[in-house]
Ligand binder design. Structure first.
Ligand SMILES: NC(=O)c1ccc[n+]([C@@H]2O[C@H](COP(=O)([O-])OP(=O)(O)OC[C@H]3O[C@@H](n4cnc5c(N)ncnc54)[C@H](OP(=O)(O)O)[C@@H]3O)[C@@H](O)[C@H]2O)c1
Length: 245
């Protein structure tokens, strides 16, 4: 079961936060569908092990907030797909959030998507039919205790996605988001190890299971490819029904 291996033949796709978790699964799936993949993360060893899993994956060991990354991205001759996946969470009630956490979440979850997409516009337009996928969350649609900062950032991702889709539609550039429920990754593992939190999560998901990284990658590949040719400005929720209640 899966996509055709020639879905992205002769296409280049860049994925941020591709060393671990959801981004890594997206990189492997895009490469298995024939794409040349540029995988970006700061930890070189993660990228080396990823490239050793598939010959079509090139690692860029860079901070996505750095000028070095943005300039290298701007210099690409053409880019057919961009997955703005890197993101972070700092869970705490508003009364306890630090300035450092507020800045970190806003910088990585919102500002970096804006700046990266801005830097990628010329190579994306050169593809004449490119697609951008922004990694949102079910928390881009609802609220949750201790997650006001994260929810705010993911609601912003939804707004950015819709507005940019309208702005770029005539350039044949599509923009969508994917909104997963909880997936066990290095980011969420410590949260899901707390039994009371795990019980809360399962109580909120009508399908009574977590998503896995491939469930999310499948949604990203669909939105990145021509299979979703007329889909723009929307969000594909991979949330087992959390937000349908
Ligand atoms: N896991 C979930 O349950 C869940 C649910 C809904 C939405 N999401 C969203 O899905 C996305 C990925 O989440 P995940 O759980 O897969 O995260 P993760 O396991 O923490 O992996 C994040 C990846 O991003 C990279 N990264 C972080 N900061 C970076 C930076 N400044 N520059 C370059 N790379 C950076 C990390 O590598 P380095 O540290 O080596 O740079 C890592 O490879 C996020 O946007 C998250 O909000 C996750």
């Amino acid at each position: 079961m899966g996509y055709q291996t020639n879905l992205f033949d002769n296409k280049t796709v860049l994925i941020t936060g591709a060393g671990k978790g959801i981004g890594r699964a997206c990189a492997l799936m895009a490469a298995n569908c024939g794409a040349k993949v540029i995988a970006v993360a700061r930890t070189k060893t993660d990228l080396e092990s990823l490239s050793s899993e598939h010959g079509n994956i090139e690692g860029w060991a860079l901070d996505i907030n750095s000028d070095e990354f943005l300039n290298r991205l701007k210099g690409l001759p053409v880019l057919h797909g961009l997955i703005n996946n890197a993101g972070t969470n700092r869970v705490a009630p508003m009364s306890e959030q630090t300035n450092e956490s507020i800045d970190a979440v806003i910088d990585l979850n919102i500002r970096s998507i804006y700046k990266i997409t801005q830097a990628a516009l010329t190579p994306l337009k050169a593809a004449k039919g490119a697609s951008i996928v922004n990694m949102s969350s079910q928390m881009g649609f609802v609220g949750s205790p201790g997650r006001t900062l994260y929810c705010m950032s993911k609601h912003a991702v939804e707004g950015l996605t819709k507005s940019l889709a309208v702005e770029l539609a005539q350039e044949k550039l599509r923009v969508n988001s994917v909104a997963p429920t909880f997936v066990e990754t290095p980011m969420t593992k410590p949260m899901l190890e707390k039994p009371e939190f795990k019980d809360f999560v399962y109580s909120m998901i009508p399908m009574k299971e977590l998503a896995n990284v491939e469930d999310v990658a499948n949604a990203c590949i669909f939105l990145l490819s021509d299979l979703s040719r007329m889909v723009t400005g929307t969000s594909l929720k991979v949330d087992g029904g959390w937000t349908a209640q």
